[in-house]
Design a protein around this ligand. Sequence first.
Ligand SMILES: C[S@@+](CC[C@H](N)C(=O)[O-])C[C@H]1O[C@@H](n2cnc3c(N)ncnc32)[C@H](O)[C@@H]1O
Length: 261
Amino acid sequence: MLSADAKALAKRSVFLHRTYKMLRDARNIPAGKFLQPGKVHAVYKVLPNTMLPMPRLFDAYDAVAAIDAEGLAGDVAECGVWNGGCVGLMALSHLKNAGPRRRFHLFDSFEGLPQPTSHDKEVVEGFNAENHSVSSDDDLVAIGACAGISQPAVERFLVEQLELPREQFIFHVGWFEETVPRAVTSIDKIALLRVDGDWYSSTKVCFDHLYDKVVPNGFIIIDDYGTFSGCRKAVDDFLNSRGIRPEIHHSDQDCIYFRKP
Ligand SMILES: C[S@@+](CC[C@H](N)C(=O)[O-])C[C@H]1O[C@@H](n2cnc3c(N)ncnc32)[C@H](O)[C@@H]1O
C-alpha cells in the first residue's frame, strides 16, 4: 500500500515537473510550434530527463526532421547526453519522420563534468577557491557537477520508456578527450552534431575531431555558447582557425546552431 502511494506521488511529481516546464517556457516559443501534437507529445515525454528548456528541444526535434526531409546522409551525435532526454527526443523525431535508419552516438562520462581548465575563466576561479588541490589542465577528474543517471539507466529510458530500438544507439562511455578521438574511425559521416559539454576542453575536442565528419548543410548545435566563455572560445577559435563564417541561428540566448557551409 505504501509503495503504491509512493509510486502515485512520484508519478504526480513527474507530471507536475513536466507541466511546470511546459508552462514556464511556452511563452518563448512561437505558437505555430504547438500545432504539431506529435512533436509536443515527444517533448513532453522527455522533459524529466533533460536540462534543456523547450525552445532548444523544439529546435533539436526540428533539426532532425530537416535532415530527414532533406535526405542528408550521416549519423546523429550528441556529446553530453546527461539523462538522455535530448538525444531521446531527436531519436523520436527520426523514428516519426524517417524510421530508425540513422545511428545515434551518445558521448558522456556518465559521471558528470570533469574539472574546468584555465580557459573556463568564470568558473575556474570559483572552482579553485573551493578545491585546494587543483590538478593540471590535462587531468580529467570528475567533480560531481552535472552527474546524471548511469549509462544503463539512460539505455533503459530510451528503450523501455521511449520504446526506441536499442540497435540504433552507440554509447561512448568515458571522457570525450579519450572517447571522441577513438570513435572517429568508426564514424563515417555526421548529419547532426550536438555539442553540450559546457567546458572549453570538452567542446574543443568535439570540434577538432568531429567537425570534419559533418556533411555540408549538416547541423552543428552548441548548447552552451552563450553560457560559458570556455565553450564560446573553443568554438570561436576553431571557426577562426579555419576561416569559417557560418550563419548563426539562436534557439535562445545561450544555445546557437548553424548549418555547415
Ligand atoms: C549539460 S549536461 C548535458 C545535457 C543534456 N544534453 C540534456 O539533454 O539534458 C553536460 C553533460 O556533459 C558531460 N560532459 C561534459 N564534459 C565531458 C567530458 N569532457 N567527457 C565526458 N562527458 C562530459 C557531463 O557528464 C554531462 O552529462
